[in-house]
Design a protein around this ligand. Sequence first.
Ligand code: GAP
Length: 492
Amino acid sequence: MNMDVLVSLSKRRGFVFQSSEIYGGTGSCWDYGPLGVELKNNIKRVWWRDFVQARADMVGIDASILMHPTVWKASGHLDHFTDPMVDCRECRRRFRDDQVDALAWTHYCAATKGNKFTIPAGEPCGHCGQRRTLCPECGKGELTAPRQFNLMFKTFMGPVEEDAAVTYLRPETAQAMFVNFDNVLQSMRLKLPFGIAQAGRSFRNEITPGNFIFRTREFEQMEIEFFVNPNDRVEGRPADEYWHDRWIEDCMAWFKRYGLREENLRLREHARDELAHYAKRTVDIEYNFPIGWSELMGIANRTDFDLKQHAKWSGKSLTYFDEERKEHVVPFVVEPAAGVDRALLAFMADAYREEEVRGEKRVVLRLHPELAPLKVAVLPLLKKRDDIVRAAHEIRATLARQWRVVYDDTAAIGRLYRRQDEVGTPYCVTVDVQTIGDAERGERGDGRATIRERDSMEQIRVPIPEMPAVFRELLDGGAWQQVAGRYPPARG
Ligand code: GAP
């Protein structure tokens, strides 16, 4: 599947818009529209429910984005969170030094009277045999020698723009869990192992952002810092190694549970020379994005690096008292770190299908019902009949007390179904003459409305008063076949 298809669907149907589009857009910033915000909130909600609420060994925090600047000295971000970059002296574009050769390059070929060519990445010119030496974008400027560029956004705290007021927008949510370690430990009276979770915004002045919402400068993360006693053993293994593998399994299972297909997921072990300065071992969960296999999330064993660093720089003890051994220990930490935007992109890409139904193309987002932005769409079959429209509005209002439910009567029924399929709405309810009856003809309605399931397109007739219970069952994970077996199929 092609990224352009997703970008276009996202814009057309209100998932994702380019930020400040009417001013020409802001580099690599995106706005979530009415359906995008629902999808994004649903991803964060199920993540929080499954990894925080449902677990006895997890708690959450919501920390401020601006932190004490020393946090970033202690964490190593001020010194190490850099990319080597080169600038074009002509067009002033900036590239990551290690990625320039991975770009297609512009070439004005002397052997063809200076004609302009775009040559695939890493290949020489087919006419003159020359390899790229100049700026890949403009093809004219020389590139500067590589310089280290810090990816943190700098800003000033307070009214004065002076060195003493410099602070940074956080480049990861993780550090707030470390600096709050003791607050959480004491206030919640926790015992190791336990984890602290947070979902929130992070900012990185990426040199080469791009690929839609895959790499942006402002994004959201869902991170867990899971603290373990390094002296403990679980199932005969050091506790940190045991829990690292457990979290890898749990995260992988989570993505599959919400719809990512097994064949589109894989694990990638970081090589020794690639490990971050704090990590003993890191494993990425990669997804087969429209741009190819890329990192969806990382699960790192950060050892005791962060707690020790913050203890050193703050002068505060960040230890845990091991009652059994009667000693203070600095916990090790396992960190499952996921990106919300990247997860959203993966869920959309995996759900996108083009199918043929009775000779016509149907685009359907087979999103997991828990993630789908809209759960139910209520559609009147005849919008000229006030009683049908009224009943449809009443059903919507009743169901909307519990779920995101919409009413739509702006097209014929076939079109309305296709619109809902395209945004992944798992169920549609239609109200028709059979529901209400026809007073003029003396026909009584049966008081049932039709529920149509998105994937099978099967339809059943359900009494209106039973709708909330039926949707509760379906949206809580009940199988369609089970529910459908209890009700008569709808005609035609
Ligand atoms: N605390 C560890 C940490 O931040 P990371 O691998 O740099 O680790 C974790 O980030 C996740 O955050 C990534 O796997 C990715 O999903 C997401 N992420 C990182 N940078 C991003 C960016 N520029 N745009 C979108 N998502 C990003």
